[in-house]
Structure formats: C-alpha cells, structure tokens
Design a protein around this ligand. Structure first.
Ligand SMILES: C[S@@+](CC[C@H](N)C(=O)[O-])C[C@H]1O[C@@H](n2cnc3c(N)ncnc32)[C@H](O)[C@@H]1O
Length: 333
C-alpha cells in the first residue's frame, strides 16, 4: 500500500494483469528454464517459442512484483516466489495460476455481477453446467484443475502433517482426495498407516502415477465413485480437504452424512478449509467469492461448521491452524 488511496485503488483494480502474466509465465515453464541460473529474454524466447520482445516485457513486469529478478542485458533469474512456479518446486503453485487464468474459469469471474445480483452460480449460468460436469466433458480443463489441486496439496500438505498428529491412525481415507498428493504426504509421515483415496472416476484415473511417484502406492487403495452415494468404510480417520467449501449447506450436509454412515464411532473427521476471519480481516473472504462464482459453495466460520456437523451426526472438537488453512476436527456423536 502507498499513502495515496487513488493509487492503491488503481493497483487493486489492475490485479487481473498480474494474474494473467503469472499464468502465462507458468504455462511457458519459464521458471523451469531458470532453475540452473539466469538467462536472457532472447534465450528464454527461443526455448519457449515466444516473441523475444513481448516475453521481455512480460518478465520485466513480473520482476516488478518480485517474481523474477532482472539483471543486465535483459537477463532474468528466479526469486523465492518465482521458484514456486517450477514444476518440481517443493512448494509449487504454477498449476493454480494456470487454472485460475484458464478461459472458462476466467470468464466465470467476469460474470461475478450475476452471482451478486442473483445469489446464483456464475459458472453454471455462463457455461450451462456446473464445474464438475464441465470438467468431466473437457479433459484439458480437468487436467489443469487436477494439476492445480496437486500443487495446492503438495504446498499445503506438509503444513497439515505438522499441525495435526496422524501417528495414532492406521487407515486414512481421503474423500475427494484428487490425485492423492495430500494422502501421500500423510502416509509418508505415518509409515505404518495405509490409505484409501476416493474421488470421481475421471479424477482418480491419474492417481496411481502420483502415488507411485511418492512411494506409497503399495499402501494405498484407489476407489472411484460419488460421495453423494457412499464413501469407503473402514478408516479410522476421514480427511476432506477443500471439499465442503465447494457446496451449499444441503449438499455439504449430504456429503457429511455419507461420511458418517461409513465411519465407526471412534473414527475422526478432519476438514481442511479456510475458516472465514472476523470482520475487516481478509482470510477466507475472496476464496468465499471464488466458491460463489465457480463451484457454487461457500467458505464458513467455525460456528457454521459446528452447525453443519450438528445436522450430520458429528460434533466439532477443535480447529487448528495449518499454514494459512485450518484443520477442523469432528467426531461422530
Ligand atoms: C477442490 S477439489 C479438492 C481436491 C483435494 N482434496 C485437494 O485438496 O487437492 C474437490 C474434489 O472433489 C471431487 N469431487 C467433486 N464431486 C465429487 C463427487 N460427487 N464424489 C467424489 N468426489 C467429488 C473433485 O473431483 C475434486 O477432486
């Protein structure tokens, strides 16, 4: 922030430019090309089949917001933030940049006014189907979304195993676990536990490769299905990361009830979500708008989670901070 409200406002309004610039740098894998040191814009342009002058203009703009460092003779190097755009970064985020900048999703945010006027879901109004139906029919958008989730799970997963002690569990079920990155992080932290990954058939199709890459495939069963029908039984802990926020209360309650039916009394339920901060604090609030626009859900306060649990046969036991997110723990009652 500057001391000039007009300028601060202008910078906020122009935030869309940064989003698309990062998305393009990620799509072109610029960070991968810089992993061994600085390179010129001309060299990067030839490696990425881009226009040298336009790529230079992109990179110097991103250097202005701290993603690359511009050196002499139009050379660029990675900064710690830019390093998160590398495919093999320990804390990757490029998949998310490509997902939010991707056309169908980007257009849905352009339709936010519809959501605010009607309370309805912008993505569905614009594209005629919800995000899950759309991704099931568009393999490219599905792959971009799955990579976004994988990146988010890798970056955020370590924080979850630091914040929550999984060591007493023997069977971890990840409901809506995407391609298994979070489950792999949990299983690596708990060498005696086994896991069950549950998600939609078109999503788990790529999961075995991910689980093998993390060295946990032999301890992990992969099951396709819908959590509105049933959830695998037998776990002593059920994890749902960024699932309940995708849905309005009726659907969220139905998913929680499916989990409850699958769970024994001593099992634990863990939701990993951004709980909404008190008035005038940021956490959770733009993500909440994102839920309104795209999947058609909402972020919730701890009290709202407690109320959902009560309707679904659970009791909230505690809320732990975990790297910008929260682990919301509940037990069957
Ligand atoms: C926001 S993503 C979160 C993925 C993963 N838990 C993570 O944190 O990376 C929501 C997940 O819910 C899954 N999902 C959506 N509808 C589903 C359904 N009816 N049954 C099972 N999974 C579903 C999606 O395929 C997707 O993987």
């Amino acid at each position: 922030m500057t001391l000039n409200p007009w300028l601060d406002m202008l910078n906020l309004i122009n935030g869309f430019q940064v989003t698309q610039a990062i998305r393009v740098a990620s799509t072109l894998r610029i960070a991968d090309h810089l992993k061994d040191g600085a390179r010129s814009a001309e060299k990067l342009a030839s490696l990425t089949e881009s226009n040298a002058d336009a790529l230079y203009r992109l990179l110097r703009a991103l250097a202005g917001v701290g993603i690359f460092r511009e050196g002499p003779d139009r050379t660029f190097a990675l900064t710690p933030m830019g390093d998160c755009l590398r495919t093999n970064s320990a804390t990757p985020i490029g998949g998310w940049a490509e997902h939010v900048g991707n056309t169908a999703y980007w257009q849905a945010w352009g339709h936010l006014l519809h959501s605010v006027r009607t309370g309805g879901n912008a993505f569905r109004d614009l594209h005629g189907e919800d995000v899950w139906e759309y991704r099931a029919k568009h393999p490219e958008a599905n792959a971009i979304f799955n990579r976004a989730m994988t990146d988010m799970s890798r970056g955020g997963g370590e924080a979850i195993v630091k914040a929550y002690d999984f060591s007493s569990f023997r069977h971890v079920v990840d409901v809506g676990g995407g391609q298994g990155t979070l489950l792999a992080v949990i299983l690596r932290a708990c060498p005696r536990a086994r896991g069950t990954l549950f998600d939609q058939p078109q999503v788990i199709a790529g999961a075995k490769t991910q689980l093998q890459a993390h060295g946990v495939a032999d301890r992990c069963e992969v099951i396709g299905g819908s959590f509105f029908d049933a959830v695998p039984e037998g776990g002593d802990v059920y994890v749902m990361r960024h699932i309940i926020h995708d849905w309005e209360d009726d659907e969220a309650t139905a998913i929680l009830k499916s989990c409850r039916r699958a769970m024994i009394k001593s099992a634990k339920l863990l939701l990993v979500e951004r709980t909404v901060a008190p008035p005038n604090q940021l956490p959770g609030k733009f993500s909440d708008l994102n839920m309104l626009v795209a999947p058609g859900g909402r972020e919730r306060t701890s009290e709202e989670y407690a109320a959902l649990f009560e309707k679904s046969g659970f009791e909230l036991t505690r809320v732990l901070p975990a790297g910008g997110f929260n682990v919301v723990e509940a037990r069957p009652c």
